[in-house]
Design a protein around this ligand. Structure first.
Ligand SMILES: [Zn+2]
Length: 487
């Protein structure tokens, strides 16, 4: 039996507000703030306190809803979702249930098969929980930090229109770009500002019926999401092929072992005893408010990519890659002094520089290079005072030492050798030093030409002008075939 997957994604994004969803506490960077320093009676859930809806959170939520082509509901309701957990001081989470902020949108993604429209079921506002840290050694206990409790969250729920892990990834990546472009969320995965949950079921290929689904909770990166979906599809297929039934359940994902594990059994909405929060009025959104939000909406990613492409005349793919990360975009703008060099610059950033940063485990947000130094390197490459291998070496040294190109070039004596006579001497020396290879070349192993080229470049520490070396080497090897090599 051949099965196909039916996948829906729920994306939780922390909205970029100054304060929390229902109180005046500042939203803090978890890495920089003392635990439990940004809390108050409201977000601690003390008796007698009253929540107040954060207007900025509603506006950012509506901005996302409109960008996704959703219809905002004129009147949405905040409800209490009741459950107990140590990171939830009130014993319930305030969320929108029956009447969310907005419904029925669509989002177009690019897949290997072309463009595909993913329907958006709903977009709703809720509050985040606190954070638990589990200590196991030497004694087992848990720490609770409530700085995050009450931070505004937007949940974006897709219809199950995704068919495989790659599509789920494409959807999540594009959604992250959208959230950033319209400044609704920083959507930084490292900081947990964007999290994913995936619903997955299998059905016989071509069937219209839906199989029993499982839900994978708390996926914190694109990679985890892709791996977890792949694993869960495989697992369900094995269950079905062996004649078993998939059990409806919530599963967790273990990043280290690469497997999902059951967390909770079948879970229904009524388990949470949702009811409208008596402390909060209905959220009323009128058309004047929506008009203003539409007017103030920053450009959507497609529009920004189009403008970027036009301004710098670079291919679509390059424009998409540069604009995919705001730090990379900023860096690009900082080192693009010459618009004619824009494409070359873009290729260097997403090629050699991205490779070096990646090898050092550094993200674009922590890229230590000064844009002026990168521009300097590219200008030297352009004028031919250094060649490609030298430029790559120079880039490494710049990252290692923090020094600028001029200092490193002076220290290392990096000068591209373009002098014909001196290069000829080097090439002749290489040929003399390798009689066996020369003999093999003469007998017809012409592929050795590339090997000789490599030897010459190595002998000159990569500083020879490769175009001149190639030309001289061709000349000398042609002479060699004619038996005219001078001894
Ligand atoms: Zn508070």
């Amino acid at each position: 039996m051949d099965y196909e997957a039916v996948i829906g994604l729920e994306v939780h994004a922390e909205l970029s507000t100054r304060t929390k969803m229902f109180c005046a506490c500042t939203v803090t960077d978890p890495a920089k703030s003392e635990p439990n320093s940004a809390v108050c009676p409201v977000c601690l859930g003390l008796p007698g306190t009253l929540p107040v809806i954060n207007r900025q959170a509603v506006e950012l939520g509506l901005r996302v809803a409109l960008a996704l082509g959703c219809t905002p509901l004129p009147r949405s309701i905040f409800a209490r979702k009741n459950y107990f957990y140590p990171d939830l001081p009130k014993g319930y989470q305030i969320s929108q249930y029956e009447t969310p902020l907005a419904v029925n949108g669509k989002f177009t993604i690019r897949t290997v098969a072309g463009e595909k429209v993913i329907r958006i079921r709903r977009v709703h506002l809720e509050e985040d929980t606190g954070k638990l840290t589990h200590i196991t050694q030497p004694q087992a206990y848990s720490l609770v930090d409530l700085n995050r409790a009450g931070v505004p969250l937007l949940e974006i729920v897709s219809e199950p229109d995704l068919c495989n892990p790659a599509e789920a990834r494409a959807y999540a990546v594009k959604l992250q770009q959208l959230l950033r472009a319209i400044e609704a969320s920083s959507a930084d995965m490292e900081k947990g500002q964007i999290r994913f949950e995936a619903n997955i079921s299998l059905r016989p290929r071509g069937s219209q019926l839906l199989g029993t689904r499982t839900e994978i909770k708390n996926l914190n990166s694109f990679r985890s999401m892709e791996r977890a979906i792949t694993y869960e599809m495989q697992r369900q297929q094995e269950v079905l092929l062996s004649g078993g039934l998939v059990e409806q359940q919530t599963v967790g994902w273990n990043e280290d072992t690469g497997v999902t594990f059951p967390q909770r059994g079948k879970e229904e909405a009524h388990d949470y005893r949702y009811f409208p929060d008596p402390d909060l009025p209905p959220l009323v959104v009128d058309s004047a408010w929506l008009d203003r939000i539409r007017r103030e909406m920053p450009d959507l990613p497609e529009e920004r990519i189009r403008q970027f492409q036009q301004k710098y005349s670079v291919p679509l793919e390059l424009a998409e890659q540069i604009l995919a990360d705001p730090w990379l975009e900023q860096f690009f703008l900082g080192c693009t002094s010459d618009i004619l060099l824009a494409e070359e610059t873009a290729r260097w950033l997403i090629g050699p520089l991205a490779g070096e940063l990646n090898a050092r485990g550094i993200g674009w947000e922590a890229n230590p290079l000064a844009p002026t130094n990168m521009a300097d390197l590219l200008a030297r490459l352009q004028t031919g005072s250094i060649n490609q291998p030298m430029a790559k070496q120079l880039l490494k040294w710049m990252l290692d030492t923090g020094k600028n190109p001029e200092e490193i070039i002076a220290r290392e004596g990096m000068v591209q050798v373009s002098d014909v006579d001196s290069l000829k001497t080097t090439i002749q020396a290489v040929l003399h030093a390798h009689p066996a290879e020369v003999s093999a070349y003469r007998k017809g192993k012409v592929s050795l030409a590339q090997w000789f080229f490599g030897q010459v470049m190595a002998d000159t520490r990569g500083q020879a002008d490769p175009k001149i070396v190639k030309m001289l080497l061709d000349e000398l090897l042609t002479a060699l075939m004619g038996g005219q090599l001078s001894d």
